[in-house]
Design a protein around this ligand. Structure first.
Ligand code: AMP
Ligand code: DBH
Length: 536
């Protein structure tokens, strides 16, 4: 059984192999290469796993999957937070050739159902600590609705359902059986701009390259002590270079459940963390905590702070070296592939003002005008890209792919960028119908569709509004049959089972939505209204 996906054309695959980007190794090699190593790989609260223990745990769990009769080429839906079991499960599934979708821990019923509908998982792995799985109600409904699901393992569960038990049970008969390196290893999540959350097939070859190259650029070694405070399942925290990069180098990953200063500062001091990654709002909160008295003395070991996921203002960027006392690296990436970094030896001016350069010499990036024609260097337009770790199509989405890619296989990310003479990119805006709420992406259409399910809602449009901390928040413009309060709207959406970060921060009921000349909702006009209101 193989998972269907859009492959790179043969000539590209050959070139990517010849140039050494694709090495035909499974992602599990990241771990098995350290199988005999007794240094600490993961610190999760009081728990520590050496690489040897980590490998053993992975083998035990993979053997369970095999004993359960789950075959290579099947899929799993996984929802685990920032816990050691997230990585153990990830590698165990890959060892058994099972491709996971790693839902974010903030996701709820709506997202979980949407993913399951697409991949038809044989296996569900989740956490009793998550509201959806605290009782069996949703679990029973989910298993009844998705008849592909044959097995369930729950962290914090009991009896045959216990994930921990499967991890501790010594493996007999385990035989590594990952999918071939040029097949799908797992699915990454797209922030999306469409009604249903989209899945991104990632192969061993392309993802392994992305991680290996990130390590070179970011200087990750066996001495790296990385604090993972972003959602573990997020592409940034997994691969840029993220925890997988640190495992590849044989370093140590310390887990934090959130990026708050109160949690992270003591962890940095206690574990002598030297690298971590944040989104811009977390940087603001760290700077505020330092200014309000925490100081930066707990952060002395920190050498490198990566910031990405959303636009970092130059003024915030400039404060990092002085006030946090470490080097800044900007990261502009996407779960679809392309990752850009400022280099560690770039000038401060570059590091503060740009989002870096594509990490691979064979990343092809250009800027298109609205008709798809190339623009001269320096001009602002649509980001178009293809390369050895940029996907060629969303899973099972021929219609959306037809508009997301041009005829030469270039992916249009929906970002508006400019590229300077030296190839440095600045992100100038966005064309896709998405809200970037401090790095958490909201597809407007997904929420609009849910809002339209409300009996009082006639029309709905979700737009971004400026926010000093998060960069953007969301506002729902509604045309309604009877007045609706924001709390009612949020409660309704919560009942539909969507993640909290997708709930509108503000709700405006209006007589009618403004339309463009062709009759589409004029979101530019709505954002203008919001800006005018904000100015008072
Ligand atoms: P996703 O498709 O959910 O992986 O989100 C990727 C998107 O996040 C990019 O296309 C950008 O819109 C945004 N993004 C990521 N990093 C940055 C950054 N450093 N600056 C501005 N936008 C960013
Ligand atoms: O926002 C992102 O998706 C992102 C940001 C930085 C990403 O996927 C990445 C680095 O790899």
């Amino acid at each position: 059984m193989t998972i269907p996906f859009t492959r790179w054309p043969e000539a590209f695959a050959r070139r990517y192999r010849e140039k050494g980007y694709w090495q035909d190794l499974p992602l599990t090699d990241i771990l098995t290469r350290h199988a005999g190593c007794d240094t600490v790989a993961i610190i999760d609260g009081e728990r520590r796993y050496t690489y040897r223990q980590f490998n053993q745990a992975v083998e035990n769990l993979a053997a369970t999957f095999q004993a359960q009769g789950i075959r290579r080429g099947e899929t799993a839906l996984v929802q685990l937070g920032n816990v050691a079991e997230f990585y153990i499960t990830f590698f165990a599934l890959l060892q058994a050739g099972i491709a996971p979708v790693n839902a974010l821990f903030s996701h709820q019923r709506s997202e979980l159902n949407a993913y399951a509908l697409q991949i038809k998982p044989a296996l569900l792995i989740a956490d009793r600590a998550h509201a959806c799985f605290a009782t069996d109600d949703f679990l029973n409904t989910f298993v009844a609705a998705h008849c592909s699901v044959r097995h369930v393992l729950l962290r914090g569960g009991d009896g045959e359902y216990a994930l921990e038990k499967a991890i501790d049970r010594p493996a007999d008969n385990f035989l590594a059986n990952p999918t071939p390196a040029d097949e799908v290893a797992f699915f990454q999540l797209s922030g999306g701009s469409t009604g249903t959350p989209k899945l991104i097939p990632r192969t061993h070859n392309d993802y392994y390259y992305s991680i290996r190259r990130s390590n070179e650029i970011c200087g990750i070694t066996a001495d790296t002590r990385y604090l993972n405070a972003l959602p573990a399942a997020h592409n940034y925290a997994m691969s840029s270079p993220g925890s997988l990069g640190v495992f590849l180098a044989g370093g140590c990953v310390v887990l934090a459940s959130d990026p708050s200063a109160t949690l992270c500062f003591p962890l940095i001091e206690q574990h002598q963390i030297n690298v971590t990654s944040l989104v811009p709002p977390a940087v603001s909160l760290w700077l505020q905590a330092i200014a309000e008295g925490a100081g930066n003395s707990q952060l002395r070991s920190l050498k490198l702070l990566q910031v990405g996921g959303a636009r970092l203002s130059a003024s915030l960027a400039a404060r990092i070296p002085a006030e946090i006392g470490c080097q800044l690296q900007q990261v502009f990436g996407m779960a679809e592939g392309l990752v850009n970094y400022t280099a560690l030896d770039d000038t401060p001016e570059r590091i503060i003002n740009t989002q870096g350069r594509p990490m691979c010499p064979d990343d092809e990036v250009w800027v298109a005008d609205e008709n798809g024609n190339p623009l001269p260097r320096g001009e602002v337009g649509r980001l178009m890209t293809r390369g050895p770790y940029t996907f060629r199509g969303y899973f099972n989405s021929p219609e959306h792919n037809a508009s997301a890619f041009d005829e030469n296989g270039f992916y249009c990310s929906g970002d508006l960028i400019a590229i300077d003479e030296e190839g440095y990119i600045t992100v100038q805006g966005r064309e896709k119908d998405q809200i970037n709420r401090g790095g958490e992406k909201i597809a407007a259409e997904e929420i609009e569709n849910l809002l339209l399910r409300h009996e009082a809602v006639i029309h709905a449009a979700l737009v971004s509004m400026e926010d000093s901390l998060l960069g953007e928040k969301s506002c729902a413009y509604l045309v309604v049959k009877q007045p609706l309060r924001a709390v009612e709207v949020r409660r309704f959406l919560r009942e539909q089972g969507v993640a909290d970060y997708k709930l509108p921060d503000r709700v405006e009921c209006v007589e009618a939505l403004p339309l463009t000349p062709v009759g589409k909702v004029d979101k530019k006009q709505l954002r203008l209204w919001l800006a005018e209101r904000a100015r008072g």
